[in-house]
Each structure stands twice: as C-alpha cells, then as structure tokens.
Design a protein around this ligand. Structure first.
Ligand SMILES: [Zn+2]
Length: 298
C-alpha cells in the first residue's frame, strides 16, 4: 500500500520576499492524513487557513499567489510547493507571516535540504493515485500543456526565448527515476531589460543576483554562472511541479510542456480539476509509482 506522508517535525524559514521585498517567515508543521497542504495567513488577526489548491489561485502575475479572499493573499508559493511535490508530501500546515514565501536562493533547494534533514513520516492511511483516462491539451497563445496516459510520471519541458543566452532548451524528468535534485536546484531567472518593467509594476522588489539568474543579450550577469546545465528550462519545469500540486491529487501520466508559465500552468490544472471524472481514473494501489520511499522514516 502506498501511504500518505507528512514531515517529522517543525521546520522554519525566514528571508526576503521576491516581490514584496519584505522579510517573511514560514513555519512548516506535520499534519494528519487527508489534511492536504494547508496555508495559514499569520498577518490577519483571525489567521485564516485555506487549502493550497486551484480553487484558491488569486493571481499568476510572475508568481503564483494563493488566498482565501482579497487582502488574504500569500505570494510566490510555487517553489515550496514544488519541493513538497518532488518529495512526495501529502499533508502539511504552512504558516506564513509577511504575505510571501521567502525566495531564499531562487530555487527549491533550501526547502528540499531542510525537509530532508527533518525527514518524512508515513501515515497509516493509503494515498490515492490517478491515471489518465483521456488525454488533455490546453493551449494559450504560444504556450501549451499536454497530459497523455503513461505507466510512470514523466515531464518534458521546452522553452524558447528571444535571447541568445536562454535560447531554446529542453529537459525531461521521470519522477522517482531521475534525480529531483537537478530540477530543485534550478533558480528563477529574468532578463536585465525586464527588471525595470517589473519594478515599475511593484514586483521583484526583493530580487537580486542572490536569488535570481539575470541575463543580458550576450551573457549571464551572475559571477557564479549557472548551477546546472539548461537551468532555465529546469526552473520552468520546477515551477510547473509547484503549480501541478494545486490539483491536490497525484496523477500518473506524461506531461509535455511548451513555453510553460504560471498563467498557462494554473489554467491547465484548473481544466483538469474541473474534468477529473472524464479525464482521470483511480489506479489500484499496486500500480502507484510513487514515491522516493527511502526518504520516508516510518
Ligand atoms: Zn519560479
């Protein structure tokens, strides 16, 4: 039986919010089976909670922001959610002060490292898993996301930028077989020419070379260069994993991403969420491909 999981103890993170430029604080706590991933907004006097799912997407403007209502918003959830998805964590309470998940180094690596150090706990309850009954394709402008039936969970991501440094890149990732570390260490990125435009819209106030890869037309500005080959495409794939986790259930299939972004990602997940019965079917426990069981301490 594939069991649900949570973490072994409390974990906290503090740091700058990429968009607010303010100090943020996050505490992760274990949660019981069938809780899902739940956020609590510590900035509001009533400290409201809401599930990290597609029904709570408030905006996808350069990050994924979730919330219960206007004024109750938590920004930049995607890298933490991608870390939870990659590690196979079903149940968790995420308490947030400062309105944003700290950007840390711009990747999911600091989250993965601390969660690894804390360890996972398997819960007695079984995890449900779903396969693809009917393929689904969603297109938005030049971007598209496709889901096709497959016996394992895999992703193929292609990006193409009108910039010589980023250019066209492709990466693939097979869940549980390939190393999630290659994906989770990929940092967010932007073009130097985009920085002023983002700041004039009140975004990226906390952005710096410490938490993003910045490129101009001919080179990477960060003195350390890239961390991993095709880091740009890997980061777009990482963002997709975070957005896909908003489905709230685990799907086995083959995802093909072309020019993904938070907008198209969350719109695709919304389509799948609304059409679960026609596109997905529950898998028998014996055919669930999940998870990196070695990380689970029972
Ligand atoms: Zn990102």
């Amino acid at each position: 039986m594939t069991k649900q999981t949570t973490i072994n103890g409390e974990i906290s993170f503090s740091g700058m919010g990429l968009h607010t430029g303010q100090q943020c604080h996050v505490v992760l706590s274990p949660a019981s089976a069938h809780t899902g991933i739940v956020l609590r907004n510590l900035d509001r006097p009533d400290q409201p909670t809401f599930r990290a799912d597609v029904e709570h997407v408030l905006s996808t403007n350069l990050c994924t922001a979730l919330g219960g209502s206007a004024g109750n918003e938590i920004m930049t959830v995607e890298h933490l959610l991608a870390a939870l998805f990659g590690l196979g964590i079903d149940n968790l309470l995420i308490e947030v002060g400062g309105g944003e998940i700290p950007i840390l180094d711009g990747s999911a690596l600091p989250f993965v490292d601390k969660i690894h150090a804390c360890g996972l706990r398997a819960l007695p309850e079984a995890r449900k898993g779903y396969g693809v009954r009917r393929p689904l394709r969603y297109q938005q402008g030049n971007s598209s996301i496709e889901l096709a039936p497959a016996e394992s969970l895999s992703f193929h991501c292609r990006i193409s930028f009108d910039n010589a440094v980023i250019g066209t890149q492709e990466v693939s990732f097979r869940y549980g077989l390939d190393d999630f570390m290659d994906i989770c260490q990929a940092r967010t990125f932007c073009r130097l020419t985009d920085v002023a435009a983002m700041r004039s819209r009140g975004l990226a106030r906390g952005g710096s070379l410490q938490n993003a890869v910045v490129v101009n037309e001919c080179e990477i500005i960060n003195p350390e260069g890239l961390r991993v080959e095709r880091e740009f495409a890997r980061h777009k794939l990482l963002d997709f994993l975070g957005d896909l986790s908003l489905l709230g259930i685990f799907v086995t299939g083959e995802f093909t991403l072309s020019q993904p972004g938070h907008d198209v990602n969350t719109a695709f997940v919304q389509q799948l969420y609304r059409n679960t019965t026609s596109h997905l079917h529950e898998l028998p426990q014996t055919s669930l491909p999940y998870y990196p069981v070695a990380a689970v301490q029972i």
